[in-house]
Design a protein around this ligand. Structure first.
Ligand code: KMH
Ligand code: ZN
Length: 272
């Protein structure tokens, strides 16, 4: 089977130190968490950034500082900034890391309820606007889908040539408001993407490692990290993103699937 690409979503925009004191906020903390994840086997860092007090931001300067710092400590890692940002941010604010011309960035392909009282808004016009900007700046979109209809939206954009094959999907599963995190849900999502596409699976909360195991067995790739889950096992907070990546590595190796280096991940995702 193709080698496994592990993405570490090291801080996200929602989870806070009150949830797990090891969630990174400052540039120094973010760079350290990226390094620990990279050393454990992550080839992609999905990057959100924060102010020093933990407030989520899409500040260009903050992204630049974190990306420069990560590149210094983990030379060849793939850095994938978020264009999702946090619920409520405006489009141009969300797009700011694109101007740093990363190799890849997230592209959220639909609107959904996000937790009990938030809505993560991505109208089709917003998605088109983001896709055009990514094309202009030669950034490969990682198509984030929280439900099956979002795959259909992405396919529509692909037919309009706003997205280029091979497509790279990230199935985010288990968000309150999106698709559940289960075996049949994954089978449905996998069967719904165009042939030749790659997919990563992100299991939210307690689904993180069960979905990782299913993704590994199904030939997909895996995302773990504090953005999605703060526990390493039931009731035990994770010490670092590195600890979560190590666990994904162990699961994969146990069933005979080797881990992709950043160079191999670039080849698999057609980034080079
Ligand atoms: N923070 C979420 C509202 C992405 O990175 O593109 C959106 C998110 C998706 O995290
Ligand atoms: Zn994210």
């Amino acid at each position: 089977m193709e080698k496994l690409i592990i993405t570490a979503a090291i801080c996200g925009a929602e989870v806070m130190k009150k949830d797990n004191p090891n969630v990174p906020y400052t540039v120094k903390e973010i760079v350290k968490e990226a390094r620990l994840a990279y050393e454990a086997g992550a080839s992609i860092i999905h990057l959100h950034v924060r102010e020093d007090d933990g407030t989520p931001t899409q500040s260009f300067e903050r992204f630049k500082a974190c990306i420069d710092g990560i590149k210094e400590e983990c030379q060849d890692v793939i850095i994938e900034p978020s264009t999702g940002g946090a619920v409520g941010m405006d489009n141009d604010e969300r797009l700011s890391p694109i101007f740093l011309k990363p190799e890849i960035a997230s592209l959220d392909c639909g609107t959904c309820n996000f937790g009990k009282n938030d809505i993560f808004v991505n109208t089709e016009e917003t998605i088109r606007y983001f896709a055009k900007k990514m094309k202009e700046f030669e950034v490969k979109p990682e198509i984030e889908v929280f439900d099956k209809g979002m795959i259909d939206t992405a396919i529509r954009l692909y037919r309009e040539k706003l997205l280029k094959a091979p497509l790279q999907f990230n199935f985010v599963m288990g968000v309150r408001g999106g698709i559940n995190a289960g075996l049949m849900d994954l089978a449905f999502m996998k069967a719904s993407i165009p042939e030749g596409s790659a997919f990563t699976v992100t299991g939210i909360g307690k689904a993180q490692f069960t979905m990782a195991a299913m993704a590994i067995a199904a030939g997909g790739h895996v995302r773990v990290g504090f953005e999605d889950n703060v526990y390493i096992r039931k009731g035990v907070l994770a010490k670092s993103n590195g600890e979560m990546v190590e666990k994904a590595v162990r699961i994969s190796k146990e069933i005979g699937r080797e881990i992709a280096t950043p160079k191999e991940a670039r080849e698999i995702l057609h980034l080079i």
